[in-house]
Design a protein. Structure first.
Length: 70
């Protein structure tokens, strides 16, 4: 492999790593509720979603969900 080809390969790998890190951080921002404001965390917790470290498909049953879900 020539020096130019090797440098091009390294540059390509660095670009891919940066792009992948950006993509992962975007996903982390979407699911990260730990950094949410206190009132928002409390509201979601009361609505049945549970603590921030538990990922659920749907919230736990609450009486006010009856008209919404059924």
């Amino acid at each position: 492999m020539s020096d130019e080809a090797l440098e091009a390969r390294v540059a390509s790998l660095e670009f891919n790593n940066v792009q992948q890190a950006t993509r992962i951080r975007t996903l982390e921002k979407q699911v990260d509720t730990h950094g949410s404001r206190c009132w928002k965390t409390l509201l979601f917790r009361l609505d049945g979603w549970g603590p921030w470290w538990v990922i659920r498909d749907k919230p736990a049953w609450r009486p006010w969900h009856r008209w919404w879900v059924s």
